[in-house]
Design a protein. Structure first.
Ligand code: 5GP
Length: 176
């Protein structure tokens, strides 16, 4: 049976923090004078949310959504289910989806359509990581931390089978 192991560090904690500071400044500029609702996609994006929100200078509120993930597999099934919906109404509010990683784009495409049907004042997307090579549907984040190659990554909130989320760096998971 093959075993997973942490093969290498792709992005260090210092690189991640530096980029999040830049993203926070950009978002603060774009939303100047407005209130913002950050919609965090559980669970992978929680650490990114926690760091990003502290770099945003406009007033923010947070809410959480959970959608079905890959479980123990590393390949997307393409099936998206809402496991936990938002607690608040987003009608007439400026909303920013906070995502950990965009891979095929299927999850975000679904989320974007679902949230847009609730008539927010605006809806944008920030993702820490983007794997553009793997895209199956057309979707582009408004803010992106890093574009990365087609490798399965863990750490900084991202898991494999619920493990590795607490690694401070973003690492590539290998098999042996
Ligand atoms: P998509 O629907 O864009 O294919 O997948 C998005 C979701 O798949 C992410 O929110 C994340 O949960 C999971 N995912 C995609 N690529 C990776 C990866 O490299 N590592 C981990 N840990 N999760 C991934």
């Amino acid at each position: 049976m093959s075993q997973k192991y942490v093969e290498k560090v792709l992005l260090t904690r210092e690189e991640i923090q530096k980029r999040i500071t830049e993203l926070g400044a950009e978002i603060s500029r774009d939303y100047a004078g407005q209130d913002l609702l950050l919609i965090c996609v559980l669970k992978g994006a929680v650490i990114f949310l926690a760091d990003l929100m502290r770099q945003i200078s406009v007033p923010v509120e947070i809410d959480f959504m959970a959608v079905s993930s890959y479980g123990a597999a590393t390949v997307s099934s393409g099936v998206v289910r809402i496991l936990k919906d938002l607690d608040v109404s987003i009608e007439n509010r400026h909303c920013l989806i906070v995502e950990d990683i965009i891979d095929t784009g299927l999850t975000l495409k679904y989320l974007e359509e679902n949230l847009n049907s609730r008539q927010p004042a605006s809806l944008k997307i920030v993702t820490l990581l983007d794997k553009p090579e793997r895209r199956q549907v057309e979707i582009a984040p408004d803010y992106c931390g890093f574009q990365i190659p087609d490798e399965f990554v863990v750490g900084y909130g991202l898991d494999f089978d619920e493990k590795y989320r607490s690694l401070p760096d973003i690492c590539v998971l290998g098999e042996k």
